[in-house]
Ligand binder design. Structure first.
Ligand SMILES: [Zn+2]
Length: 369
């Protein structure tokens, strides 16, 4: 007679959905600061890593899954990897252990998914319906005859149709052709319309970039502060996490081209030097997404000042930012246009030595025994 051991068969997603990673980290390793998961740090749980500085943070990856990462030892993973590391067991045993801990019993209905302690630190700005309406109108103008100038301007900057659509870029034919409410960009002449998205992808602000600044006397026109607060930062629609880095760019055209090339990018809007609040928001966003930070400011005196200021503000938040400077006299967008291999230079600046990807980045949905 054959005796088979009956093992429960759990879906990994079911187990992870019922595991609060911040609570689990609290159980297995000492924590420092922050009441919720994001912003809290832990000492590395890996036994042979003497981590005096609490190098572990938590983040949510692109699929919304909670993960942890040790920034000084390059240890990382999900809740299952954590249990494997601290209990020195096989993955299948770690899954069983987490399932039991979550109150999952074979043959019984799954327990409800608990509410997590963690929530995003990002402060949400309520989008203005007036700006949303303007952006929608300008999107439709872009594809019509009045959008031709803006289409050419965008193409000359190397932006593809996918990038244009994902970021809801549009065309403003000017106030003679397009009537508008007070407080919207004035519309002296034709402009490309670049919405500023928040980290969740909502339009919170918009910039009209005049196609011919010689005619209008200025490059950009913005909404009034009464209509929408200046967000200082804009997040192009994500299109990958190349190099596991957040590329901080000067202005939307640079950030859009970086995002198109697969980098996670953020645009600094306006001429104001980054301050404490901007640095905190960048550090929090990067930490929540498990990204390092690279600053790609223009190669001019203002750009060098910006890089120096932001690097120091980030250093005060225990973030070591890398600087990626385009060749003399070019911004990132111009660099991308003259040098097709520009992104390889950035890759090399971010990762000077080759790094080895470890296997736990593979996401397995289900294990069959
Ligand atoms: Zn470690």
């Amino acid at each position: 007679m054959v005796h088979t051991e009956q093992r429960p068969h759990w879906r990994i997603d079911d187990v992870l959905d019922r595991t609060d990673l911040a609570a689990l980290l609290d159980e297995v390793t000492p924590a420092v600061g922050g009441s919720a998961g994001f912003g809290r740090k832990w000492h590395c749980p890996i036994a042979d890593h003497e981590d005096h500085h609490a190098s572990v943070t938590m983040f949510r990856n692109r699929h919304g899954h909670e993960r942890w990462r040790c920034w000084s030892g390059d240890h990382r993973g999900d809740a299952i990897d954590l249990v494997v590391a601290v209990r020195h067991c096989y993955r299948i045993d770690a899954i069983d252990w987490l399932a039991t801990r979550a109150g999952m019993v074979p043959g019984r209905p799954l327990p409800a998914i608990p509410v997590r302690r963690t929530q995003s630190l990002t402060v949400a700005v309520e989008p203005s319906p007036v700006i949303e309406h303007y952006v929608r109108l300008c999107e439709s103008v872009l594809s019509g005859p009045q959008g031709r100038g803006a289409r050419e301007w965008l193409r000359a900057r190397g932006l593809t149709d996918d990038t244009i659509q994902a970021n809801r870029i549009g065309a403003d034919p000017g106030r003679i052709l397009l009537r508008r409410e007070r407080g919207l960009p004035y519309g002296s002449d034709a402009a490309a319309v670049l919405p500023a998205l928040d980290p969740s992808g909502r339009v919170v602000y918009v910039q009209a970039r005049y196609l011919d600044p010689d005619v209008t006397g200025r490059k950009y026109d913005n909404p009034s502060a009464a209509l929408a607060p200046h967000p200082r930062l804009a997040y192009p629609a994500p299109n990958g996490e190349r190099g596991e880095v957040l590329l901080v760019c000067e202005g939307l055209p640079d950030a859009l081209i970086a995002s198109q090339m697969g980098f996670r990018a953020v645009a600094l809007l306006g001429a104001q030097t980054p301050d404490q609040s901007v640095a905190s928001r960048l550090a929090n966003f990067a930490s929540e997404h498990g990204l390092a930070i690279a600053i790609a400011a223009d190669s001019d005196p203002a750009g060098h000042r910006l890089t120096a200021t932001l690097t120091e503000l980030l250093r005060q938040r225990n973030v070591d930012a890398v600087s990626v400077t385009p060749p003399e006299g070019l911004d990132l967008n111009a660099w991308a246009l003259v040098d097709p291999s520009w992104h390889d230079w950035i890759d090399r600046a971010i990762h000077p030595t080759p790094t080895v990807e470890i296997a736990d980045e593979l996401e397995i949905d289900c294990i069959d025994l």
